[in-house]
Write a protein that binds this ligand. Structure first.
Ligand code: FES
Ligand SMILES: [Fe+2]
Length: 469
């Protein structure tokens, strides 16, 4: 047993993975710090990574009307994403073809795009509409050779994705198997519940890697232990992408029997009705997501309806019935999930390079991390929750900048994650640090991230970990 950072916890050096769990480990590897700290590496990312990958620019709901646009900034590039017809979105490089002024900033609605410098204009479909003193160019400038430069754009899951590489594979091919495995959750039917961002003093990968593994959950979020957080998580990879889920031997979605704190009774020996209700309320309080008001109401009703001591499977079944009834009254039909597929979808997806999705049946908690300009020690970090709503129920939301990571508007669990990130960034620069050594069974998404990144960047893959080093 080793000491952990929080009183009352045990560690898991000698704990066994629950039986029947396929952990699929990778070979232990050493990840050099260059990718996190080098200004030269960050500069090369702009071309080799961001210029090549599909990336989430915004959600469809951010541009519901024709003419609505969002300006998506990534490192030193800027892209206009605009709805050009009720069922069509286009994207253009955000640069005036006269002398290079950026055209849009933020979001809005445009009849035409107008450059503020000398007044050149374009239709929202990118064709040139006005060139100031066109005659002065003696016919050298035409509408064709001054139109806005297009960027590839496609839709999946309710997000609008852009890719600056004209030769890139189609979005769906890029996303597979993420798209097929998450399609049943109907993420495209979800709408923002809340969305916040901040500039954070760490590399965008340092930020992302606080959320693409759950190995840290029991230590960094000790309060979750009370609700059955498992000490083990299985991981899966498929090409660029990776995902993971709790290694619980008594079935997906069921409370685990092995908690991470020896002083806490396993949830399944308490009254399952009360455990369910208390855990959902604690999760809502701690994360402001990963459950819904419907589920809280359903859990409360189950406590009233069923007698104490009702077995966990009966509680779970009644809870599902009641929650679906409440949502049905709101016009929300729960998607039917294939019970064979469910254990394989886990709870946390890393969509390469910079998106994380924690999906539930009617909600998802999502993260996106981007470089903040050229500085490898700074990133823009966004957290948002999407949820299914009945017709007209979805709240009106906007991106809220909450710059202080200890601001109570950041839920407790996120504050705990934020509490690690800058110290990782600073610690990695120490002369005493050899490189990151992600757990070969439980932090496979971190390893896979750097393996894929190395392929894009043309650097070597993570080196095998040597016992003597
Ligand atoms: S730079 Fe845009 S009109 Fe001159
Ligand atoms: Fe966390």
């Amino acid at each position: 047993m080793m000491e952990a950072g929080h009183a009352g916890q045990i560690a898991f050096e000698d704990a066994e993975v629950p039986t029947g769990i396929d952990m699929r480990p990778v070979a232990p590897a050493l990840i050099p710090i260059e990718a996190y700290t080098s200004p030269e590496y960050a500069a090369r990312e702009s071309e080799h990574l961001w210029g090549k990958v599909w990336q989430q620019a915004c959600r469809e709901e951010e541009i519901p009307n024709v003419g609505d646009y969002v300006t998506y900034d990534i490192v030193d590039e800027s892209i206009i994403v605009v709805r050009t017809a009720p069922d069509e979105v286009q994207a253009f490089y955000n640069v005036c073809q006269h002398r290079g002024r950026q055209i849009t900033k933020g979001c809005g609605n445009a009849k035409q795009f107008i450059c503020r410098f000398h007044g050149w204009r374009w239709k929202i479909t990118g064709e040139t509409a006005f060139i100031n003193d066109r005659k002065g160019y003696d016919g050298y400038l035409t509408n064709e050779n001054t139109s806005l430069e297009p960027v590839k754009v496609e839709s999946w899951g309710g997000w609008i994705w852009v890719n600056m590489d004209p030769d890139s594979e189609p979005l769906r091919d890029y996303l597979e198997p993420v798209a097929t495995l998450l399609d049943p959750y109907q993420l495209e039917k979800m709408r923002y519940r809340w969305r916040q961002w901040l500039v954070f003093p760490c590399n965008w990968k340092t930020a992302l890697e606080a959320f693409n593994e759950s190995h840290h959950a029991a230590i960094s979020h000790p309060q979750l232990c009370e609700w059955g957080t498992t000490p083990f998580y299985w991981c899966r990879t498929a090409g660029k992408h990776a995902w993971h889920g709790p290694a619980i031997s008594n079935g997906p979605g069921k409370p685990g029997t092995q908690t991470c704190d020896s002083s806490i009774q396993p949830p399944d020996v308490r009254d399952p009705r009360v455990t369910l209700s208390e855990s959902l309320n604690a999760i809502m309080e701690g994360v402001n997501s990963c459950t819904t008001d419907t589920m809280l109401a359903a859990a409360a009703r189950v406590v009233e309806e069923l007698p104490p001591g009702t077995p966990a499977d009966v509680v779970a079944e009644r809870f599902n019935q009641v929650a679906q009834e409440i949502d049905a009254e709101r016009g929300i039909t729960w998607p039917e999930l294939d019970p064979d597929l469910l254990p394989e979808t886990g709870h946390d997806w890393h969509v390469f390079p910079n998106a994380v999705i924690l999906q539930g049946i009617t909600y998802a908690l999502c993260y996106r991390a981007r470089p903040n300009g050229a500085d490898p020690n700074s990133c823009i970090f966004e957290t948002y929750v999407i949820e299914r709503y009945g017709e007209g129920e979805a709240p009106s939301t906007e991106w809220v900048n909450v710059p202080d990571p200890t601001d109570p508007r950041w839920p407790e669990v996120l504050q705990q994650d934020f509490g690690n990130m800058p110290y990782v960034q600073r610690g990695m620069k120490s002369r005493g640090f050899k490189g990151a050594r992600p757990n070969p069974r439980q932090e496979v998404p971190v390893y896979n991230f750097h393996k894929t990144l190395a392929e894009y960047m043309g650097t070597g893959a993570p080196q095998p970990l040597r016992k003597e080093a």
